[in-house]
Design a protein around this ligand. Sequence first.
Ligand code: TMP
Length: 207
Amino acid sequence: MIGADYMPRANGFLLTIEGVDAVGKKTQSRLLNSRFKLKHLKIKLLAFPDYTTPIGREIKAFLAGNRNHPPELIHMLFAANRWEKCGELRRLLGEGNTIIVNRYTESNLVYGKANGLSLEWLANLENGLPRSDLVIVLDAPPTFLASRRSVNKDVYEADLRLQERVRKTYRELARKFRWVIIDATGDMETVHRRILKAVSAEIPRLD
Ligand code: TMP
């Protein structure tokens, strides 16, 4: 249903790392990035939201609690933030890079749905962007993660009930869209090995 008309591309690969806040996406994306480099594969590491763009700065203000945007607007901004970077994504994929992206379209489907918006409406906002080739969802109970970031929580991180709905929605949409769920409750190395196994199934040269 998403992006039936997405741009065809040469030989790049878009690898998306997803999951609830503080589950370890950044650490695991970096470990994976190092593994690609070790194997001399063309790799780029990106993250959304990109807070450096004009729209990214507006998102940052919202997450800091300085805006009162309705959910429709904030989820439009998250999608627009990807459209700001669409040219770069297409170029990198066209050049044959694998892009590891810490959060992408799938975050908006999940958080938007958990905020009461319709999946179809959310998917339309993303329609035409490069699609993820593989989505890894790091899964752990938000209560287990709550202590990981005790200060400077943003408005979504501070809302434990939202985090619970988000986790449930990740699991629901993972079944629907064949995203790969990885148990993220182990130590860093264990989780890395689990991810590597799943990614190597798609990119054998990584093994
Ligand atoms: P971050 O903590 O990974 O920088 O992301 C900030 C929050 O934004 C996080 O709670 C998830 C949410 N989010 C969306 O709701 N939609 C999106 O498209 C993205 C990229 C993030």
